[in-house]
Write a protein that binds this ligand. Structure first.
Ligand code: EPZ
Length: 429
């Protein structure tokens, strides 16, 4: 199993290219199931999750061709995927695949919309807490599907097709909103989604679906209206920049000090997180090429933050912010409101000498003068990268074990940081 070795204490200087967003790529790939024509996705990040979803879609009969530069080449240009679901050969998504990546449950929407049936394994728990799919099932029921649960599988049937309906989410759900968009795109009649997720990835998927011939308006607001169409066609779409990768490197620079340009990204994708960084004393500026982040000399001021659905502070940056606040000059408070138990990183951060007290959904972090490197264990994607951030400023050596978690969502992380002067290397095997 690969490990990552980091020796802390070096400021970061230079530029980091930001990849296409994982959390847009995955639903966009799944949207290929909606049409018999090819869907071409550009700026696709090279990630373990993308490879796994390729396999899952392959199982349904989707033909995936990869173009563009290959991993290992010096450029960071994303790959181009050609996905063709001319013939769906299997409408079952089995447990061994769905349990490895929760987002693969989302195939249920397009399969039932296009083929009239789907049998998809319930995903089960995961490291960031209980993550039910009841609201995704509610979506399909509202659109007229018959649902049964048998042997750990959700069976959805709509032999005469889905029909438009009103969907009011009791809580904001990204996966629920993606499912509603994709299923309603091919339903008969109009669907109105209230309390829809407003995340930029929802807007990106809606844009792509509209290029495919869907009639979706209001994506990015909490009310989305979809006029169903009889069929969708192929399209070419460029995946938007990864706002979580952007925010992660912004926090890495804030932690290590230095001055870095985050290229090919947009500040509006993560304004709340950038505002929090500014509040903590980091200099953040928008440029034509991306976002510039600098901290030269000044200390880190403590902050009080609650995670919230977009445009609030993202749960996917909570662990990284906590790592940064371990060295703040004072006491910070971070409240996690989206996922219960998304605090697996706390015990590992404590191994660096961080002082963190957990009380329910709130972590109180008392900043310390200096962290010290330690062997630590990655537990989930965002928790793992928070350990890398802590290590960049810790005295001495850190070894991060189980880095396959990082490979799920960060493309060539060690190369990107090393190019800015960090002492970081992967140790294979
Ligand atoms: C998406 O997960 C992201 N995944 C997550 O990113 C992200 O943390 C999350 O949205 C919140 O922003 C992808 O886009 C692939 P939700 P999703 O449905 O869609 C509850 C990462 O690290 N809920 O918005 O699964 C749920 O338990 C990942 O990249 C129900 O109660 O999240 C949570 O409390 C991790 N019933 C809240 O809603 C349901 O049926 C929001 O979850 C569905 C969700």
């Amino acid at each position: 199993m690969d490990r990552i070795r980091i020796v802390g204490g070096r400021p970061l200087q230079g530029s980091i290219p930001i990849s296409g967003a994982k959390n847009a790529t995955l639903p966009l790939m799944i949207a290929s199931l909606l049409t018999a024509d090819p869907l071409i996705l550009e700026n696709v990040p090279r990630l373990a999750d993308v490879r796994l979803l390729q396999r899952i879609l392959g199982n349904h009969g989707v033909d995936v061709m990869i173009g563009g530069k290959r991993a290992g080449e010096s450029t960071y240009d994303g790959e181009t995927l050609h996905l063709s679901a001319a013939r769906i050969v299997d409408t079952t998504a089995p447990y061994d695949l769905v349990s490895r990546m929760r987002a693969s449950f989302w195939v249920i929407g397009p399969l039932v919309a296009r083929i009239g049936e789907a049998k998809v394994s319930m995903p089960g728990g995961c490291a960031i807490g209980t993550r039910p799919v009841d609201l995704l099932i509610m979506v399909l029921e509202r659109l007229g599907a018959e649902i049964a649960i048998d042997g750990g599988y959700v069976l959805a049937r709509a032999p005469r097709g889905l029909r438009g309906g009103d969907i009011a989410f009791p809580k904001v759900t990204v996966g629920g909103t993606h499912t509603a968009l994709m299923a309603a795109a091919l339903a008969d009649g109009t669907t109105v989604i209230d309390n829809a997720a407003r995340e930029p990835e929802i807007v990106d998927v809606a844009d792509c679906l509209n290029k495919m011939g869907a009639r979706i308006s209001g994506a990015g607001s909490s009310r989305i209206v979809i006029d169903g169409v009889a069929r969708l066609s192929g399209a070419r779409h460029r995946v938007l920049p990864d706002r979580i990768e952007t925010g992660t490197y912004a926090m890495a620079v804030a932690m290590a000090g230095g001055d870095v340009l985050l290229e090919n990204t947009r500040p509006d994708l993560l304004q709340t997180a950038l505002d929090v960084l500014s509040e903590s004393g980091v200099v953040v500026s928008a440029t034509n090429e991306g976002v510039r982040v600098a901290r030269n000399g000044a200390g880190i001021a403590p902050v009080t933050v609650r995670t919230a659905p977009f445009p609030g502070f993202p749960t996917d940056l909570q662990a990284q912010l906590m790592a940064l606040m371990t060295r703040a000059k004072g006491t910070s408070r971070i409240t996690e409101t989206i996922f219960e138990n998304r605090f697996m990183h706390v015990q590992e951060l404590v191994r660096f000498g961080a002082r963190i007290h957990l009380d329910g959904e709130t972590a109180t972090i008392e900043g310390v003068e200096q962290l010290r490197g330690a062997p630590v264990m990655a537990t989930d994607l965002r928790a793992s990268v928070s350990l890398v951030i802590a290590a960049l400023a810790a005295e001495g050596e850190t070894m991060v074990h189980r880095v396959y978690h990082l490979d799920r969502g960060f493309e060539r992380l060690e190369d990107k940081l090393a190019a800015c002067g960090a002492e970081i290397a992967r140790i294979s095997g």
